[in-house]
Design a protein around this ligand. Structure first.
Ligand code: NAD
Ligand code: GDD
Length: 341
């Protein structure tokens, strides 16, 4: 395939996986851009042309866009609830990235443009109960998104629409629901619940503390999408004729307590749970309604939470095990019988 693809945010979690997915789809000419130094990229693929640019700057976007046919914009200053609740201005500044990328895409005559939006665009009043029946695409309006991060996503979605209507940019938008998997953030403040719970359970297991801290009362609900479903869905949505923003998420809703149950079972431990009620909690209940993606694409994310969490747990275990000399020396320990003591 001779088309040149630009992946923005390629040093991040989803971007790093997407570059590899695209190569497997036959794309040989991939430009991978992120603003982080290379030693902070989760994955660097030697077959891609990797570069460091800050895409909040207009000139950088034009430089990145040179000779490009297809753009995936996954670059954003973001994280889980611990980050987005405390960094609203930084989250909103990501509007500069998508704005300048759209302008550059228009001027450079790019063929297709993908924007990664979020379930955080949905009206908060539809997420007040733990038993959420699923958020359908129309539930984003009237607008009452997540303050800061969600408003930026909703505005940028809208900008994609108007660049399509006014300038003919073939923009496509997916609303990702909480994505997890290996090669992502699991500590430092930006981690989301699946990785955070894995890390906390592993720490409790290897340190022998026997307890973990959970934000909120644990009854709040979410659905989590495994990274392989995310990369496939992203690529397929870009290539589709779906013009309006569409959910890309799992319908397998679980409480945070249920998520902890799964990770404890994978680890082969039962821990004392300490609930931190004043921690960042976000909405009470969130789930994806996949009616539209099933109808329009005949497909939906399908990797089970248990299967995806086993792979995620193994990877995080490998990252932290050497912090516990003599206890974490068995690679990817799953289940109590593999623990070296
Ligand atoms: P990530 O933080 O791992 O990756 C984002 C990358 O963008 C980072 O490596 C970061 O350095 C880079 N970046 C930030 N500002 C930049 C700039 N000015 N110039 C160049 N690079 C910049 O996050 P992710 O989980 O891979 O998310 C990718 C996209 O998907 C983001 O737009 C995010 O908002 C969206 N999204 C993710 C989730 C999720 O659960 N992971 C859910 C909904 C939406
Ligand atoms: N991060 C985190 N860490 N969350 C925890 C923890 C913990 O140790 N313990 C419990 N939680 C709870 C949070 O309080 C929240 O109620 C729930 O787990 C989910 O938290 P996150 O995974 O951090 O975020 P989110 O699902 O509310 O929002 C995420 O998903 C959106 C898309 O669906 C964010 O990553 C957004 O950036 C993303 O767009």
């Amino acid at each position: 395939m001779s088309k040149k693809v630009l992946v923005c945010g390629a040093g991040g979690f989803i971007g790093g996986h997407l570059v590899e997915y695209l190569r497997k789809q036959g794309f040989g000419d991939i430009r991978a851009i992120d603003r982080k130094p290379f030693d902070e990229w989760y994955q660097i693929h030697d077959y891609a042309e990797s570069d460091i640019l800050d895409l909040q700057h207009r000139d950088a976007c034009y430089q990145a866009m040179r000779d490009v046919d297809i753009v995936y914009n996954l670059a954003a200053d973001m994280g889980g609830m611990g980050f987005i609740e405390n960094n609203k201005a930084l989250c909103m500044l990501s509007v500069l990235i998508n704005t300048h990328l759209l302008e550059a895409a228009k001027d450079e005559g790019v063929g297709r443009f993908f924007y990664a939006s979020s379930a955080c665009v949905y009206n908060a009043s539809k997420q007040d109960e733990v038993d959420n029946p699923g958020l359908a695409e129309a539930d984003a309006y009237p607008a009452m998104p997540e303050d800061g991060y969600g408003w930026e996503k909703l505005f940028s979605e809208r900008m994609c629409r108007h660049f399509r209507e006014d300038f003919g940019i073939e923009a496509r938008v997916a609303r990702f629901h909480n994505v997890y998997g290996p090669h992502g953030t699991f500590e430092g403040g930006r981690e989301k619940a699946p990785a955070a719970i894995c890390r906390k359970v592993i720490d409790a297991k290897l340190s022998g503390s026997g307890e973990i801290e959970i934000w909120g009362d644990g009854e709040q609900t979410r659905s989590f999408m495994y990274i392989d479903d995310c990369t496939k869905g992203t690529h397929d949505i870009l290539n589709s004729d779906i013009l309006d923003p569409i959910n890309l998420g799992s319908e397998e809703m679980v409480s945070i307590n249920g998520l902890v149950d799964i990770v404890e079972d994978i680890a082969g431990v039962t821990l004392k749970r300490n609930y931190k009620l004043d921690a960042p909690k976000g909405v009470r209940g969130r789930n994806s309604d996949n009616t539209m993606i099933r109808e329009l694409m005949g497909w939906e994310p399908s990797v089970s939470l248990r299967e995806g969490m086993e792979k995620t747990y193994r990877w995080i275990y490998d990252q932290v095990a050497d912090r516990y000399p003599g206890r974490g020396t068995v690679r990817a320990a799953v289940g109590s019988e593999t623990l070296v003591s």
